[in-house]
Write a protein that binds this ligand. Structure first.
Ligand SMILES: C[S@@+](CC[C@H](N)C(=O)[O-])C[C@H]1O[C@@H](n2cnc3c(N)ncnc32)[C@H](O)[C@@H]1O
Length: 205
């Protein structure tokens, strides 16, 4: 069961990125998310146009660019984008970082893969439909959408992101997307006990 009706509170993202080094944030993972790495390997996807929604520290965008993807990475927070852009420049990585609210996206064009590691699960429940339509509109025919979010099995973290069941994800994305896989996993980051998560792979119907 998802806690769809329970209202959760989130930080002011811009204030947070101004106040804290990204390396201290619970979601900071310098490596490519291992579930995404596995999925890309299994699907034999080695390049193309990639979008990282809610990129935050930008680490996922960095790793995808290093693998040869042409990456666009967006976040609501101008400071997150400014910091990620600076870090990418230092690594000599060419990534199109943009300030963008996925719920009122100004992105145009289509992507071969879209990755969301932790943005969807912080959005207001009533905006999930808007989010799904945005992702649908930004994905190429035959493209893949990869989503990592907290699982309903995560009970130790106080507050934090919305939790999801497989059923809730299928309700949110089922109308427009076909689920290739939804697996139990963890959300890698800086917390001692890694939160329980779901990693799902979708294609447009
Ligand atoms: C839990 S963090 C995950 C950051 C990054 N994906 C990672 O794995 O390191 C969620 C991110 O989503 C961003 N965000 C929240 N709402 C957003 C929105 N409506 N549009 C775009 N980004 C958003 C936040 O600023 C934050 O950086």
């Amino acid at each position: 069961m998802s806690d769809k009706n329970e209202r959760r509170a989130f930080p002011d993202w811009e204030k947070l990125y101004k106040a804290e080094p990204v390396e201290k944030m619970p979601w900071f993972n310098p490596e490519l998310d291992s579930d995404l790495a596995e999925a890309l390997e299994a699907l034999d996807i080695r390049g193309g146009l990639a979008l990282d929604i809610g990129t935050g520290p930008g680490t996922q965008a960095f790793r995808l660019a290093e693998m040869g993807f042409e990456v666009t990475a967006t976040d609501l927070s101008p400071t997150a984008i400014r910091k990620a852009r600076k870090a990418a420049r230092e690594k000599v990585l060419n990534i199109d970082f943009r300030v963008d609210n996925i719920l009122a996206t100004r992105l145009s064009g289509k992507f071969d893969i879209i990755f969301d590691r932790g943005c969807f699960h912080v959005l207001p429940p009533e905006q999930r439909g808007v989010y799904g339509e945005a992702v649908e509109g930004l994905l190429n025919d035959g493209g893949y959408f990869f989503l990592k979010c907290f699982s309903h099995r995560e009970t130790k973290v106080q507050g934090g992101p919305y939790r999801f069941t497989r059923k809730a994800l299928k309700e949110a994305f089922g109308p427009a997307f076909r689920a290739i896989s939804i697996k139990d996993t963890v959300y890698q980051g800086t917390l001692e006990a890694l939160p329980k998560a779901l990693f799902s792979v979708w294609v447009r119907k």
